[in-house]
Design a binder for this molecule. Structure first.
Ligand SMILES: *Cc1c(COP(=O)(O)O)cnc(C)c1O
Length: 362
């Protein structure tokens, strides 16, 4: 077998690692911020019926412009949006890749504020776009001053503000988004993958009118409990959608994906029913860990970033041995914990408590 280093790989991919959150079949899987609450049974049945109808038509290519789904997404988001302002792909990762294909590329750059979502630099590498990481302050919160200074200095082609931010949970204020938009001429993406969990911050969707370079991305993978379907989407000016249509593969959204997503959106209130409980579990997890002396960063998402572990690696392994999978993102002394069901969250709390102060030692 040939090894990777023997192949004529593109220079900017040499030495890179693929996205690699472990996929272990453990009883309590809390490492990729999925919604672990089961889907409501009546919604499952409606999705199955819709898939059945779609299967009867799969000898034909699906609607390339998926207008039905775009109308459903526009209706779900509200804010006066129309189907022409909506776009979707197989996960918001693919939407973001299309944004980079259309607006990034050789000689162009992508800026974001780290620590942030680990896919941004990978998407930059995959499209030959220069990656510009700018460090967040100690509390991870972005301010208008910090963001404006970075954008004026680097003048990136694209900037992504992730709010709430993965992996820190930090919410994003709309005045930061407004200031960022005015500070440079490039494409500004607000990644709202976790927005539905954030009860105290308004969506950047309200800023879209009059801001044609502002893109707001969302996903059905997290709050909607639909990670396995792969449906991410974006709202922006209709001209931005026209740009993305230049780079998408024809028929990129399968008929089955379109049918499943539209069926789920017909039941959006029920699909989002678990969000309140997940917030409750997140806050319980945070309070318990704070009580044990850990440093819990404020979170508007369905996970918390926690500091104070003597050895994140040893704690990760000790919990894995108990059948609990969490995320070690190589942030000094920190681990990221997703809020699960009440039972999963209790198991996680008790397993960490059993490790004693500071968690497992190396
Ligand atoms: C999970 C996540 C996404 C979305 O992933 P898809 O499953 O591809 O929709 C996007 N951005 C952030 C910050 C995430 O954490």
């Amino acid at each position: 077998m040939t090894s990777l280093s023997d192949l004529p790989l593109r220079a900017n991919l040499v030495g890179k690692e693929p996205y690699g959150a472990p996929q272990d079949p453990v009883p309590v899987s809390l490492n990729v911020n999925e919604n672990t609450h089961p889907l409501p049974e009546d919604v499952i049945e409606d999705i199955i019926a819709s898939l059945g109808d779609a299967v009867r038509g799969v000898n034909r290519y699906p609607d390339r412009e998926f207008m039905g789904l775009r109308e459903d997404l526009a209706r779900y988001l509200g804010h006066g949006l129309t189907a022409e302002q909506l776009w979707a792909a197989n996960g918001s990762n693919e939407v973001l890749q299309q944004v980079l294909q259309a607006f990034g590329g050789p000689g162009r750059s992508l800026l974001s504020f780290t620590p942030t979502y680990s896919m941004y630099p990978l998407l930059a590498g995959g499209t030959d776009t220069e990656w510009i990481p700018v460090a967040r302050p100690n509390d991870y919160a972005l301010t208008a001053e910090l963001v404006v200074e970075a954008l004026e200095e680097h003048k990136p082609s694209i900037a992504i503000l992730c709010g709430p931010n993965n992996p820190t949970g930090t919410s994003l204020d709309l005045d930061v988004v407004k200031a960022a938009y005015d500070a440079f001429d490039g494409i500004l993406v607000v990644d709202e993958a976790y927005h539905e969990f954030d009860s105290s911050h308004e969506s950047a969707l309200s800023l879209l009118p009059g801001r044609p370079r502002l893109l707001v991305s969302r996903t059905m993978s997290k709050a909607f409990a639909f990670a396995g379907v792969r449906l991410g989407y974006l709202a922006a000016d209709a001209a931005v959608v026209d740009a993305l249509r230049l780079v998408r593969l024809p028929y990129h959204l399968s008929a089955l994906t379109q049918a499943a997503a539209s069926a789920a959106l017909r039941h959006s209130a029920e699909m989002l029913r678990a969000v309140d409980d997940i917030r409750l579990q997140r806050d319980r997890l945070a309070a318990e860990l704070e009580g044990m002396g850990y440093l819990v960063h404020p979170s508007g998402a369905n996970f918390i970033l926690v500091g104070g572990f003597a050895s994140p690696e040893a704690t990760f392994e000790a919990l894995r041995a108990e059948g609990i999978l969490i995320r070690n993102l190589s942030i000094d002394g920190h681990l990221r914990l997703t809020a699960g069901t009440a039972d999963e969250t209790t198991q996680l709390i008790e397993a960490i408590r059993a490790l004693g102060p500071g968690g497992a030692k190396a």
